[in-house]
Design a protein around this ligand. Structure first.
Ligand code: ADP
Ligand code: MN
Length: 175
């Protein structure tokens, strides 16, 4: 199938853990009827990993297995992919790359509430301070499809979902 022959767009929602990817993706999926794919859950359910990383306290994701698993769905289109990384997905998969960003002190409280402590907490706060995911997105995708959105409050989520829903509704398949 030719590149971009999909009839519905694919959106990547990325950002530091705790910035609201899953909350935003869930709500956007409800509003648009697109399919929400939470990569972390997919990796756990289908064992698309190479074991557990004790240092970072997470699965060692097998990027090739994840990409193989998703290829058909992505070709079909209509997906919202939710993950705190973006450099290993094929560039051609996405029509929009959303990078959620959260104020450091707000993020600190959110991740603490999630039980993060010590280096797991400070690593993620640093990741946000240095805009690691925004840089990764800009290096991996055309600049005109990458958009950074503030995700500090519930109102931000409402606004982001509304503007992304408008974008989905006006999206046209490439001729
Ligand atoms: P991620 O998937 O990026 O790790 P989540 O969507 O799981 O983030 O959100 C983490 C926590 O922060 C949840 O309890 C969620 O309700 C809260 N949260 C996320 N984004 C916002 C926001 N913009 N305003 C208020 N709370 C938020
Ligand atoms: Mn999540």
């Amino acid at each position: 199938m030719a590149q971009n022959s999909r009839k519905k767009p694919n959106i990547l929602v990325t950002g530091t853990p705790g910035t609201g990817k899953t909350t935003t993706s869930f709500s956007l999926a409800e509003a648009t009827q697109l399919r929400h794919i939470n990569i972390g859950e997919l990796v756990r359910e289908k064992n698309l990993h190479d074991g557990w990383d004790d240092q970072f306290d997470c699965h060692i994701i097998n990027e090739d297995l994840v990409c193989d698993e998703l290829e058909d769905l992505m070709e079909e289109g209509g997906n919202i992919v939710d993950y705190h990384g973006c450099d290993f997905f094929p560039e051609r998969w996405f029509d929009r790359v959303v990078v959620l960003q959260t104020d450091n002190s707000v993020l600190y409280d959110r991740l603490s509430a999630r039980g993060y402590t010590g280096s797991k907490l400070s690593n993620n706060i640093e990741c946000e301070i240095f805009q690691v995911l925004l840089e990764e997105a800009k290096e991996s995708y055309p600049e005109d499809i990458v958009v950074a959105l503030k995700s500090d409050t519930v109102d931000d989520i409402t606004r982001n979902v509304a503007s992304l829903t408008d974008w989905v509704r006006s999206w046209q398949p490439k001729a």
